[in-house]
Design a protein around this ligand. Structure first.
Ligand SMILES: Cc1cc2nc3c(=O)[nH]c(=O)nc-3n(C[C@H](O)[C@H](O)[C@H](O)COP(=O)(O)O)c2cc1C
Length: 410
């Protein structure tokens, strides 16, 4: 995937070429819909399903230019949400064992296939029945490609990482540690899921326990349902996604426990007040940046602070001192509002790739919730001039993701 980094860097020329008029009436549909005759559980109808419901839901519904405008518990580049979520549930009291699509639009879990002696386990490299929940995060690239062209390969994986973060965020302490499943053939798993060339699995995360009982492979794939109402791709991006590996990480993601209220309130900061962060919050976040998930490492551009000098930091060390507010906004494709943020967080990795992008999304999801719970603002930033930012940081490492943190204007 290293070539994808070079091929998709943003330059002023490229931004000028790709930012033009968008006909929003041609936006592909945002939510996959399985047929109405399938059995479903409405959100809120079964307490055992709360973990699933809190992992993906619409948290704000409004209308913009006579079109419905939905925002979700997870953020998304351009609010285009090129992700879907499925869950296999087995052995959970009061719930029919089966493979479900999580339909956030209608707030329902749609039973795509009931399971008993069979299930997804063999296609995921598991020999025994897995009691609990196995989540599958997929990506539907055309929803983003429609607007962003080939940089969407990055956005798809960052968004998928946010969705993984959404799963690992729990308002319910059920004692289960998430396990990342990655030892299986992704292409054949996708065909078992009924995905065509418009949808690709990106991550499989299990909560629960393998049992002693054997399990059979499903005798046929799940029904195929198109994830968008139309697709007009050139085929380049689907081909790239088809060749990508599933999410794998050296460490299991940490289960991040926050109040349900915080999960429901998360929003991207849009308007920072020109103020410093209260010192305990500033110190807390600077400390969090010392321990991002593998394989990430973080730079911090401190734009304002009560306790330390303004400047560029890495691992607590001041690399260069100065007021970098103007230059930060310029490096982030002239997004002027970031000038008033307190800290710009830049996530880098030794190697660019889908797993690094997803780890960054997962970490950013935690930063979003952490910021929300402390009453401060955070936003993910996927638009930056990659090479210029690398030069500013004086690093050869690819830039994976950026975030802006600060006090929000009331
Ligand atoms: C991968 C990614 C990249 C993003 N890039 C930017 C960005 O460059 N600038 C920005 O202002 N917001 C950015 N956002 C925030 C989205 O615009 C925001 O999530 C979306 O509009 C939905 O709003 P919400 O997060 O409040 O639900 C990004 C979000 C994600 C997940």
């Amino acid at each position: 995937m290293d070539n994808t980094y070079s091929d998709t860097v943003l330059t002023p020329m490229r931004v000028a070429r790709t930012t033009g008029y968008i006909d929003w009436s041609s936006q592909p549909s945002l939510f996959k819909q399985y047929p109405h005759f399938l059995f479903r559980y409405a959100y809120g109808s079964n307490e055992a399903l709360k973990r699933v419901e809190l992992a993906r839901f619409i948290s704000s519904r409004s209308t913009v230019g006579s079109k419905p405008y939905y925002r979700m518990n997870v953020p998304s580049a351009g609010n285009l949400h090129p992700t879907e979520l499925y869950v296999q549930i087995r052995g959970v009291k009061g719930v029919l064992s089966g493979i479900y699509h999580v339909d956030a639009l209608h707030e329902e879990l749609v039973l795509v296939r009931e399971i008993e002696g069979d299930g997804l386990e063999p296609a995921l490299g598991l020999g025994k029945k897995f009691n609990g929940m196995i989540f599958v995060v997929s990506c539907v690239p055309y929803r983003s490609e429609w607007k962003y062209g080939d940089r969407v390969v990055r956005y798809c994986y960052m968004d998928a990482g946010h969705q993984v973060g959404g799963l690992c965020t729990s308002a319910i302490a059920d004692g289960h540690t998430p396990t990342i499943l990655s030892q299986f053939d992704r292409a054949s798993f996708d065909s078992q899921m009924g995905f065509g060339d418009e949808e690709y699995s990106t991550a499989v995360i299990a909560f629960g326990k393998e049992s002693e009982k054997g399990v059979e492979a499903m005798c046929s794939a799940l029904m195929r349902v198109a994830p968008t109402d139309y697709c007009d791709t050139s085929g380049v991006i689907p081909a790239q996604l088809a060749g990508e590996a599933i999410f794998s990480a050296a460490d299991a993601p940490t289960l991040f426990t926050v109040d349900e209220d915080v999960i429901r309130k998360r929003r991207s900061a849009r308007n920072f007040a020109p103020e410093t962060l209260p010192t305990p919050h500033f110190e807390h976040f600077m400390h969090s940046l010392l321990q991002p998930p593998n394989p990430l490492s973080c730079f911090a551009i401190v734009l304002k602070s009560e306790t330390v000098a303004r400047g560029l930091y890495r691992d607590d060390r001041l690399l260069k001192e100065g007021d970098f507010a103007e230059i930060s906004a310029a490096l982030l494709v002239d997004q002027r509002f970031v000038k008033d943020a307190a800290v710009i967080i830049v996530m880098t990795a030794e190697r660019y790739g889908s797993s690094a992008l997803m780890s960054a999304g997962l970490f950013a999801q935690q930063l979003y919730l952490d910021a929300t719970s402390r009453g401060v603002g955070f936003t993910g930033i996927g638009a930056f001039y990659d090479r210029k930012l690398q030069r500013f940081l004086e690093t050869e490492m690819p830039i994976i993701y950026v975030g802006a943190l600060g006090v929000e204007r009331k």
